[in-house]
Design a binder for this molecule. Structure first.
Ligand code: GAL
Length: 655
């Protein structure tokens, strides 16, 4: 396990590199990521490379025992390249983006591809055998190439031609007869660019474009990965993902990587703020294994406006939370707050004055702990019996047609996830293609696009004795975003033992359901009236047009059980039902952990480590199993551990 920093030597006078590296070493930092935005210094003119400055920076770091991950610098193409070629992406109005920020490049443009391969080859050949370099980060925070330029339009048409073969097939599959859109030549097919203002393109076209844009990014990265594997086969390759970001299919992007990394700003201003716990589990699920945090918040965040300063101890707590969820390295963004540029106020470990102050001491404490415990914790990972299925394609389809408030993918995942976590259960978030056999309970948020093979996998899981939870809007469409003709939930209706007889998109309107056991809960978003066909009702609607009809059903089938939720409830509904379901399937719920304490087990053969992180600004008490030995923090009598605000404890249980 390692602690590192994101370091930009090119932002600092060279005579500061040595004192910087010394301070890093004194803080216990042994890793640094460099160079991912330095293309204009590495190739100052077309085809003229300058690695000398980076060699000197690496030499300084190496002397201080700091190992280096280099980033390919393709997120920021230099001004001379733009002056020479128009590689700017087009927005959906086909308007070119301009120079001045970053990511201003179309990843499909042949010129961008050529220059990307060239700078990658030059860098990797130069650093393949450098003693400080251990691995590579491709680019920086890839997004799908949602570009609407002519290059993309041509490639999209070729992509469709390969996939569909003939226009007859495509026309039929997408139903282009609607609004007289039948294509008679491939060149007629548009990208989903702005057409008549406010009106929407064919959902099949839109979904295929999202797939194409994501694959464009994956294939751009693949070219870099192939170069790194060929020239530096002994180095690892990773990429810094963005947690809950969802424009790229991270499963596909990560397929080519050794492991994923991600950028974690728990108190920052991005989408993940406040969702670090969920985002960590999503990131671990991308490759089903431990990950790195390549950028971990080290202070105040923000560009034009800024966030609050993390409370004393909070930076260390967030960093331990990363490890608790499966991080094997935590790299802090950034070493020192930059004096200029857009991110002047995105603070680093050091302020602009470069003096080692409180945040430096807090991170040095964390690094000392990690370095001391690394030998013991190395090789541990998380093993869970409960999973939520995750799919970028389902998410895109629901973005294309959100239908009502509340059906969005992460909203659905969050409802289930936080309920399960509150019940003291560890959760994996995995693709449907993962090995599902060791899970006892699987929750599928709206599996809106259902293929035969998805239905087959779910059936196998249930037939193998598993318990499956289905959501409203399951099986509505085929993989081309076209509505199915079978009664819903279509391909899994026999598995569910129900048929949706009618539905009402409630949106924000509140209805209620009553469980057979008598409790009543509010529900909203969607209401399916379930017709029982083998299943039994465990909840019925109490109001509105479906009053008295089944809202939630249970079906015992082929050795397993399927719960079909026809609606979305308030959190207490899930807490109540999941507590029962977890008991039924024999998954142990950890008791005595307050909601704002994050508790996770990291395990290896022979030992299990409970990591508890108090994320609250107040003291909390957590129950630790009897007989556990203290690895970090303190334990009091009876296994009840007092955790001061933002404090951390690690406890070891044998076996
Ligand atoms: C990350 C990005 C960094 C930096 C940071 C702060 O998302 O990878 O390069 O921009 O945010 O804004």
């Amino acid at each position: 396990m390692r602690v590192g920093v994101d370091y930009y030597p090119e932002h600092w006078d060279e005579d500061l590199w040595e004192p910087h590296a010394r301070l890093m070493r004194e803080a216990g930092i042994t890793l640094a990521r460099l160079a991912e935005f330095s293309w204009c210094r590495l190739e100052p003119r077309d085809g003229i490379y300058d690695f000398e400055w980076l060699d000197r920076a690496l030499e300084v770091l190496h002397r201080h025992g700091i190992q280096v991950i280099l980033g390919t610098p393709t997120a920021t193409p230099p001004a001379w390249l733009h002056e020479r070629y128009d590689i700017y992406p087009r927005d959906s109005r086909r308007y070119p983006l301009g120079f001045g920020t970053r990511l201003q490049r179309c990843l499909n443009h042949p010129v961008m591809r050529r220059y990307s391969r060239r700078i990658t080859e030059a860098m990797v050949s130069h650093y393949a055998n450098h003693p400080a370099v251990i691995g590579w980060q491709t680019d920086n925070e890839f997004e799908a190439n949602l570009c609407y330029c002519e290059v993309c339009a041509d490639l999209f048409r070729q992509w469709l031609q390969r996939k569909y073969g003939t226009l007859e097939h495509l026309n039929k599959a997408w139903g282009t007869i609607f609004w007289s859109q039948e294509y008679t030549s491939w060149s007629q097919i548009p990208l989903p660019w702005v057409a008549r203002c406010g009106e929407e393109h064919n959902p099949s076209l839109r979904l295929e474009y999202r797939r194409f844009a994501s694959e464009s990014t994956v294939s751009f990265q693949r070219e870099q990965v192939e170069i790194i594997r060929r020239l530096a086969p002994h180095h690892f390759v990773t990429h810094n993902l963005m947690g809950l970001h969802d424009s790229v299919d991270y499963f596909a992007l990560a397929h080519d990587l050794d492991f994923v990394s991600w950028d974690n700003y728990p108190g920052g201003s991005w989408t993940n703020a406040g969702h670090a716990e969920l985002a960590h589990d999503v990131m671990r699920g991308v490759k089903g294994k431990n990950f790195w945090v390549m950028e971990q918040q080290s202070g105040i965040t923000g560009w034009g406006s800024v966030s609050r300063r993390p409370a004393p101890g909070q930076i260390r707590a967030w960093a331990w939370q990363s490890i608790a969820h499966g991080a094997d390295a935590v790299v802090f963004f950034r070493w020192r707050s930059c004096l200029y540029g857009t991110e002047q106020y995105w603070h680093g470990i050091l302020n602009h004055d470069g003096v080692a102050r409180r945040r430096y001491r807090e991170i040095a404490r964390f690094a000392e702990e990690v370095n001391r415990l690394s030998a013991e914790l190395d090789g541990t990972t998380l093993r869970h019996q409960v999973a939520i299925l995750h799919s970028y394609e389902q998410n895109w389809a629901l973005q294309i047609q959100p239908q009502v408030n509340g059906l969005r993918w992460w909203q659905q995942v969050s409802r289930y996830y936080y309920s399960l976590r509150g019940l003291g259960v560890g959760v994996d978030i995995v693709p449907i293609g993962a090995d599902l056999s060791h899970y006892r309970l699987i929750i599928a948020p709206s599996w809106y696009l259902m293929t035969e093979s998805d239905a087959e996998r779910l059936t196998q899981f249930v037939e193998g004795g598993g318990t499956l939870v289905l959501s409203p809007r399951t099986g509505v469409k085929n993989e081309l975003n076209v509505c199915r003709t079978e009664p819903l939930p279509a391909l899994v209706r026999h598995l569910a033992g129900v048929e949706v007889d009618d539905y009402d998109p409630l949106g924000d309107e509140v209805n209620h359901v009553r469980l057979n056991t008598g409790e009543e809960f509010a529900c909203s978003v969607w209401a399916d009236a379930l017709l029982l066909q083998g299943a039994e009702a465990i909840a019925t609607y109490t109001h509105s047009i479906f009053s008295g009809e089944p809202a939630i059903a249970r079906h015992q089938v082929g050795g397993g059980t399927v719960y079909t939720f026809g609606t979305y409830g308030e959190p207490e509904l899930y807490d109540t039902l999941f507590a029962r379901i977890l008991d039924d399937v024999g998954v142990q719920q950890m008791a005595g952990i307050p909601r704002d304490v994050d508790a996770q087990w990291r395990v290896k053969d022979g030992a299990r480590y409970l990591i508890v992180v108090n994320l609250a600004n107040e003291e909390r008490t957590a129950l630790v199993p009897a007989g556990a030995s203290v690895v970090l923090g303190s334990v009091s009598d009876g296994g009840a551990v007092r955790l001061p605000p933002y404090d951390v404890g690690i406890y070891r249980v044998e076996g």
